[in-house]
Design a protein around this ligand. Structure first.
Ligand SMILES: NC(=O)C1=CN([C@@H]2O[C@H](COP(=O)(O)OP(=O)(O)OC[C@H]3O[C@@H](n4cnc5c(N)ncnc54)[C@H](O)[C@@H]3O)[C@@H](O)[C@H]2O)C=CC1
Ligand SMILES: O=C(O)CCC(=O)C(=O)O
Length: 446
């Protein structure tokens, strides 16, 4: 592929979407895989599929007004980016975090289109959220915020239109308040959100699904190299929904997870995180929204201020927190310390130069859109159960999740095999693209 072609495409995207640096980054990563493939596929080029994919079908931006416990009026900004619905209703999480802006929402929605396509389920891609920080807020404040958010969002979503779920800062508590308000306003009990409590329409295994799915994908990658997780040391960053259930399943499979982190530093747990340490950790963020340092204090573990866990020697590194949390220097540290595999459990946690360095050094590298797709896959299964007014056992859901992660791995191998190795980034991008692109071709110029 000529660099010129890539640069000219990216220039167009950048000038049409000024200042949205995370969105530019995610488009760059996908375009690098796709442009050489498109050269061999004139039907997609002629229909300008890639140009259409980078343009959201619809963006909703809205004001959220609520009052805090002191009676002061607060104003936040809410978003829903409905990126692509060619293969199913828009589907993707809601993020409540002060860093949320349009560029972050668009990158997440763009990634979601490819990820959802890889799940093998009929799910379009979308993402939403607000620049609201649930940390330090009372339950009552979070409830009032969620109700105010839904007062606007409800008119844009529906079980066959757009089905939001959780992401950073949106867990079971927030989904509960959002669902309650939707049900009240619309006078309908429908599968309009996923991640619901199991006794009011949720799927068993949805809380565990993203983290467990990452482990299942990692196992497939290792299996392809004749290895397994037994005895491997793993460094992890975030310990929220994705991080904590990743840790649980990785430990069950015989690995030892030796770090957790947040934006202020990391905790080193050389003996691993299981048993009572895991029980404590599971609630630390999910329930209490407390910093990583509390975990160190509770168990007398070393706290390393202002540094990232990627400097700790490990076999496998799994960023589970947020975008660009693993950069070039971190990649260099990992390589120098003998790490052999990096799996993105968060969305776009590795910067592009870090990804290049890791791949050039021959490490196994899994992109988030493949490795973390288990969460949205089980959300898709929650939608199936809701539409049948039925619910499957945890074993049934877990079994389907394992099958889906295996199929995602197979698709990456099909489209990403390069001689004796697999480029999982290319594989995931091309496989995710083809299904959506074919649906767009079939449905005409709309
Ligand atoms: N929840 C889900 O089902 C899915 C989540 N993801 C992605 O996984 C990542 C984590 O999401 P969740 O676990 O759901 O969120 P969460 O809110 O449950 O946990 C977030 C974790 O990241 C840490 N964190 C937040 N901002 C940070 C920052 N700036 N620097 C370092 N650490 C930070 C928090 O301390 C916490 O440990 C995100 O990238 C999300 O988009 C991807 C697929 C599905
Ligand atoms: O379960 C879902 O719908 C969304 C999960 C999500 O936000 C993600 O895959 O990044």
């Amino acid at each position: 592929m000529s660099e010129q072609l890539l640069n000219s495409f990216l220039d167009q995207v950048t000038s049409r979407n000024p200042g949205e640096k995370e969105f530019h980054q995610s488009v760059y990563e996908v375009a690098r895989s796709l442009l050489p493939f498109l050269e061999q596929q004139p039907k997609y080029k002629k229909a300008k599929i890639l140009e259409r994919l980078v343009e959201p079908e619809r963006i909703i931006i809205f004001r959220i007004t609520w009052d805090d416990d002191q009676g002061e009026v607060r104003v936040n900004r809410g978003y829903r980016v409905q990126m692509n619905s060619a293969i199913g209703p828009y589907k993707g999480g809601l993020r409540f975090h002060p860093s949320v802006n349009l560029g972050v929402m668009k990158f997440l929605a763009f990634e979601q289109v490819f990820k959802n396509s890889l799940t093998t389920l009929p799910l379009g891609g979308g993402k939403g959220g607000a620049d609201f920080d649930p940390r330090g807020k009372s339950d009552q404040e979070v409830m009032r915020f969620c109700q105010a958010f839904m007062n606007e969002l409800y008119r844009h979503i529906g079980p066959d239109t757009d089905v939001p779920a959780g992401d950073i800062g949106v867990g079971s508590r927030e989904i509960g308040y959002l669902f309650g308000q939707y049900r009240k306003i619309s006078n309908a009990f429908t599968g309009v959100l996923t991640g619901k409590g199991w006794n009011w329409g949720g799927s068993l295994m949805r809380p565990e699904a993203t983290g467990y799915g990452v482990v299942y994908f990692l196992q497939e990658m290792l299996k392809a190299r004749g290895e397994d997780l037994q005895g491997k040391t793993i460094t992890v960053s975030g310990y929220g929904n994705v991080g904590s259930y990743f840790i649980q399943k990785a430990c069950q499979c015989g690995a030892r997870v030796i770090t957790i982190a947040d934006e202020n530093g990391y905790v080193y747990a050389p003996e691993g995180i299981d048993g009572e340490k895991f029980e404590y950790l599971r609630d630390l963020w999910a329930v209490h929204r407390r910093p990583a340092q509390d975990f160190g204090k509770e168990f007398g573990l070393k706290w390393v201020e202002g540094r990232r866990p990627w400097e700790v020697p490990c076999d496998i590194a799994v960023p589970t927190a947020t975008q660009n949390e693993l950069e070039l220097d971190d990649a260099r540290n990992l390589i120098n310390n003998g790490c052999r595999c990096v799996v993105e459990a968060a969305n776009m946690p590795c910067s592009p130069d870090a990804v290049d360095m890791l791949q050039d050094a021959g490490l196994l590298f899994a992109p988030g859109k493949a490795a973390n797709a288990g969460g949205v896959a089980v959300s898709g299964l929650e939608m199936c159960q809701n539409s049948q007014h039925y619910c499957w056992s945890a074993e049934e859901v877990d079994c389907k999740l394992q099958q889906i992660m295996k199929k995602i791995h197979e698709q990456c191998v099909t489209f990403g095999s390069r001689g004796n190795s697999v480029n999982y980034v290319d594989g995931a991008n091309i496989a995710g693209f083809v299904k959506v692109a074919d649906a767009m071709l079939a449905q005409g110029i709309i």
